[in-house]
Design a protein around this ligand. Structure first.
Ligand code: SF4
Length: 460
């Protein structure tokens, strides 16, 4: 009880002190606040005598974050030769909304900062983290023992290129010879490589049956007898030269970096094995977008109608104007393509009431925490959920019939719709499997005669 009284007295004294100080300071603060807009305006306008030592255009480096494949435009603050802060580039629509007009002088952009995600901000640590690896690590114990030693960079290059008994100091590996890149840089004549590839594609692959292929392989061996040592397996010429035993696997190499490595691995070393990881996670996005953009038209090369004109690029939902979004397994507040662009548009949508969204994710993500509905399906249950939704839509007529009846571009244009879908087209089922689209003529409808005027590129 005594303690409580003392505590109350202390709080009361502190409150009194605070009010007294505040009232004493108020006229001064009010004066300063009144001058603030003027000061800010001056700061933005940067009068000729502006010389804030920490705010000069040359103290900022405008670049791009490579924390993920989004590649957000960024602005790095440099102080005494060191990067001390990373923010979004205020000129970029990706990281600042609304962004600065491109004609804004640099000096006026100094106090403007765009957004980065936490990973982008932490990019600074890729340079200054004290645990960053700066030396080459070489295994120093049996495989799996997690024993390593640092070696000189030149030694690493020498061992990788020339090979040798590189692990002779490890029990059990005394006599193990490791081939270096030099040993598998076997075929160096690009002309011969091309001739081999042509023979394989035009002679061996199309040859009929096992015997036919064997005969062609024998012809191949005879034709290229001077180079058989350079092949991985002369009886399997399709494996290519030993050069292909150099496999370069990368995470993300986009424009500017991929050219450099392709030149090294493919053009110089002659290996065909240059592979990125984007098969599952991003391939689905690429190929869905590609499939969505096919147009049915006349293929001049094949002289027949078919699907063509597909575009492989990143299709993005318009979060700035969307009213309802279903995020399936995506959490734009934490990752995805990427938070600096998406988070402000979603947040504005939520605050203004424009946007409602649903998150389908077994995990209660940060995005799910702000969702109108969170649907915690079981992992892998997206397909079942989609089928359930389709069924509900069909059974309850919750579809836009007018839109769906525009079965091609011409019909959509007549109906003043910018897009159309083949979602309502029927598909032929053969042996229980979906095959091609059903055509009117397949069910006895009048077969329309088309007149095709083919025009070659050169005559256009
Ligand atoms: S999303 Fe984040 S990590 Fe990815 S590029 Fe942008 S700022 Fe960098």
């Amino acid at each position: 009880m005594i303690v409580k009284v003392k505590e109350e007295n202390r709080l009361e004294t502190e409150r009194r002190k605070f009010l007294k100080t505040t009232f004493t300071m108020f006229p001064l603060m009010a004066g300063a606040i009144a001058k603030l807009p003027q000061a800010l305006a001056q700061n933005l306008d940067h009068p000729p005598n502006f010389s804030h030592q920490y705010h000069q255009p040359e103290d900022y480096l405008h670049t791009v974050c490579l924390g993920c494949n989004t590649g957000c435009p960024s602005k790095v603050r440099i102080h005494q030769g060191k990067a001390i802060k990373i923010v979004g580039n205020p000129y970029a629509p990706w990281t600042k909304w609304p962004h600065l007009d491109y004609s804004t002088p640099l000096v006026k952009s100094l106090s403007e900062e765009g957004a980065m995600c936490p990973r982008g901000e932490a990019g600074i640590m890729t340079v200054y983290d004290k645990y960053r690896l700066k030396k080459v690590l070489k295994r120093d114990g049996p495989r799996g023992s997690n024993k390593w030693k640092t070696i000189d960079f030149h030694q690493a290059v020498d061992e990788i290129v020339n090979g040798g008994k590189l692990f002779a100091h490890i029990p059990g590996e005394e006599n193990r010879y490791v081939e270096g890149l030099k040993a598998i840089w076997a075929l160096k004549d690009a002309k011969v490589m091309k001739e081999m590839a042509k023979f394989i594609e035009e002679e061996i692959y199309p040859a009929a049956g096992e015997e036919g292929k064997k005969q062609k392989i024998n012809e191949f061996k005879e034709k290229f007898r001077d180079y058989l040592d350079a092949l991985i397996d002369p009886d399997h010429p399709d494996f290519g030269p030993k050069n292909n035993q150099f496999l370069f696997v990368y995470g993300r190499l986009k424009g500017g970096r991929s050219e450099f490595f392709k030149r090294f691995v493919q053009d110089t070393f002659g290996s065909n094995n240059f592979h990125g990881h984007t098969t599952v996670c991003q391939g689905s996005l690429y190929f869905t977008g590609k499939a969505m953009s096919y147009q049915y038209g006349f293929d001049e090369k094949k002289s027949k109608f078919g699907w063509m004109g597909e575009k492989k690029f990143y299709w993005q939902g318009d979060l700035q104007h969307a009213k309802f979004v279903i995020f399936v397994g995506a959490s734009p507040f934490e990752g995805n393509y990427g938070p600096p662009y998406r988070a402000p548009r979603i947040t504005e949508g939520l605050v203004s009431g424009r946007l409602k969204y649903v998150v389908v994710d077994p995990r209660f993500s940060k995005t799910a925490s702000q969702a109108w509905k969170w649907i915690p399906i079981k992992p892998g249950g997206e397909g079942a959920l989609a089928l359930g939704m389709i069924r509900y839509i069909l059974e309850n007529h919750r579809y836009d019939e007018r839109y769906l009846t525009n079965a091609n571009r011409a019909a959509a244009q007549e109906d003043k719709e910018p897009t159309w879908t083949n979602a309502s087209w029927l598909i032929k089922i053969k042996d229980g499997r979906p095959t091609e689209f059903l055509r009117g003529s397949d069910i006895g409808l009048h077969k329309k005669t088309r007149t095709v005027v083919a025009q070659s590129q050169s005559s256009k």
